[in-house]
Design a protein around this ligand. Structure first.
Ligand SMILES: O=C(O)CCC(=O)C(=O)O
Length: 269
């Protein structure tokens, strides 16, 4: 599939990950290299998910309440009672902060990025019952252009996720082209028109959907009575910078309140 590249993506070369690995298998490494993502099964105990949910639910409820008060009950890609984004949970939850620094994610960083990594972004995304819109196909690096372009997204389902309630889908293979050009839609940025070959990744609570910032992904509508809850953690190479949308400015991604180091020269922090 040949697609239009982002204007700041001029010299990207995908580097296959190679072992020895700390947590992933050779087969997961092959899937990462070929598809740009894989499912890591049953690595988070339910007790940890319960603690996260107990901290995140009230934050999300406040976010939804706020959205109900604004014009058209929406702000950028968030829509009251449909889809909400609770940003930077680690700033407000010790549980989330510890979770983000845990060996699970440090080991994934080591295997998929390298020995020096930090948390770049975290947010909880809730899809409300009967949210009938999808969250469109995009690369995470298509929203805000980070350099180096390849960072790691860990999409953590807080409840079981299925095609019916809005699980994640990925488009295999496209990550190797680097960041694509995106266009704006009412539902979010979008980068694909041909979606043949897309793969749903149904994931249970306790699993992690692991994919690259360069892997196009989307989530489907929620046709069920339950809330589809996810917590998303993104890890970047250390150092990394955010490139300005216009011009040449760049901002280091090192806010100690929310972008802390998780792996330094291969050692846990
Ligand atoms: O969890 C979702 O429904 C979509 C979230 C997503 O793809 C993102 O935040 O990049």
């Amino acid at each position: 599939m040949s697609l239009q590249q982002h204007e700041k993506n001029t010299d990207f070369v995908w580097r296959d990950t190679q072992g020895p690995f700390r947590i992933i298998t050779e087969s997961q490494a092959d899937t990462w290299n070929q598809d740009g993502g894989f499912l890591l099964e049953q690595v988070i105990p339910q007790s940890t998910l319960d603690e996260l949910i107990a901290d995140i639910d009230p934050m999300e409820a406040r976010t939804n309440e706020f959205l109900r008060t604004v014009k058209d009950k929406r702000q950028f890609i968030a829509r009251a009672d449909e889809i909400t984004f609770a940003l930077h949970v680690v700033k407000r939850s010790k549980v989330a902060r510890q979770f983000a620094k845990s060996e699970l994610f440090a080991d994934l960083c080591f295997d998929l990025l390298g020995p020096d990594c930090r948390l770049y972004w975290d947010q909880a995304v809730y899809k409300k019952p009967h949210c009938l819109e999808e969250f469109p196909w995009h690369q995470d690096n298509g929203y805000n252009f980070v350099a180096p372009q390849d960072y790691l997204t860990c999409w953590v389902p807080l409840v079981d996720t299925t095609v019916e309630n809005g699980c994640a889908w990925i488009m295999p293979g496209v990550h190797r082209q680097g960041t694509l050009s995106h266009w704006h839609t009412d539902l979010g940025y979008e980068c694909l028109t041909d979606t043949s070959g897309a793969k749903p990744i149904e994931a249970k609570a306790g699993d992690v959907v692991v994919f690259s910032s360069l892997t196009p992904h989307r989530t489907g509508p929620n046709h069920t009575e339950g809330e589809r809850k996810s917590y998303i953690l993104q890890y970047a190479h250390n150092p990394s910078v955010l490139l300005a949308k216009e011009g040449d400015d760049s901002t280091p991604q090192d806010d100690p309140d929310r972008q802390f180091t998780v792996l330094q020269a291969g050692q846990y922090v």
